[in-house]
Ligand binder design. Structure first.
Ligand code: NAD
Length: 254
């Protein structure tokens, strides 16, 4: 018996095999789920990476800034699955000026891009998939603790604060459809998204020291396992929640 036997999932955000979403898709398949991936931009790269999963899944195109992609998403997913029981939002992007200590000078245009891709898309993705979720299900997003001001994370931190709030409002409005909405707040992981953050090494040095459980920056499995758990039937009464998978850093003082 797998934790996700019979579940039909849409997993966004696979770019490389170090993507958090790659490990979510892998564990989900190992736990019995059927998976469809979405890819952004370099689709042939995502298709190549998808072949490294236990069951190479279909890959469909999704740019969350493209309304046509969102409007047709349910039909395109529906060509592979007869419904959805879960969605994974593992998408984040901010222009370089939003990160790295430039907080006071970033333009609204760049902040708007960060919020469009990293925050508003959580709602767009869930609503685009709603026609396929007639029997309820789970929506899970990837967060970075937004209760504090971190070094270098800057406007991405603001976008994540918005994501946390968005998640609670989605939980409010999708509860009547039997859909749970939760976030996994992961500690820092060496993915493509992290490499694009100037000064990311400040996190790399501090996190393993501050985490009571320790922290492996190269291991996406703890975050992926939490996503799988939230997609399963084992959190039936949990929504609007943020599960911290960070070695315990969020709970510590200095
Ligand atoms: N790496 C970390 O330290 C860390 C920590 C906590 C949370 N997160 C979050 O995890 C999620 C996944 O990031 P990751 O670290 O696995 O890095 P990643 O670079 O592997 O994944 C980011 C994904 O976002 C996708 N994306 C960017 N713009 C898009 C758009 N317009 N439309 C659709 N997709 C788009 C990229 O194609 C990529 O697949 C992000 O939300 C990120 O903020 C990452």
């Amino acid at each position: 018996m797998g934790l996700l036997d019979g579940k039909r999932l849409l997993v966004t955000g696979v770019l490389t095999d170090s993507s958090i979403a790659f490990n979510v898709a892998k564990l989900a398949q190992e736990e019995g789920a059927q998976v469809v991936l979405t890819g952004f931009g370099r689709l042939s790269l995502v298709e190549r990476i998808a072949k490294r999963l236990p069951e190479p899944p279909p890959v469909i195109e999704l740019d969350v800034q493209n309304d046509d992609h969102l409007d047709t998403l349910a039909d395109r997913v529906g060509a592979h699955l007869d419904g959805l029981d879960g969605i994974v939002h593992s998408i984040g992007f901010a222009p370089q000026s939003c990160l790295g200590g430039n907080f006071l000078n970033t333009s609204w245009e760049d902040v708007a891009t960060a919020v469009h891709v990293s925050t508003f898309s959580f709602k767009s993705l869930a609503v685009a998939c709603l026609p396929l979720m007639k029997e309820g299900g789970a929506v899970v997003g990837l967060d970075f603790d937004a209760t504090k001001a971190w070094p270098v994370y800057d406007w991405m931190g603001v976008a994540k604060a918005g994501l946390e709030s968005c998640s609670r409002y989605l939980a409010r409005d999708l509860g009547k459809h039997g859909i749970r909405v939760n976030l996994v707040a992961a500690g820092p992981l060496r993915t493509m998204a992290a490499k694009s953050i100037p000064g990311f090494k400040e996190f790399e040095e501090a996190w393993p020291e501050r985490a009571p459980l320790g922290w492996d920056l190269a291991d996406t499995a703890p975050a992926a396992k939490a996503c799988v758990a939230l997609l399963s039937d084992w959190f039936p009464a949990t929504t609007g929640e943020i599960v911290h998978v960070d070695g315990g850093v969020h709970a510590m003082g200095v």
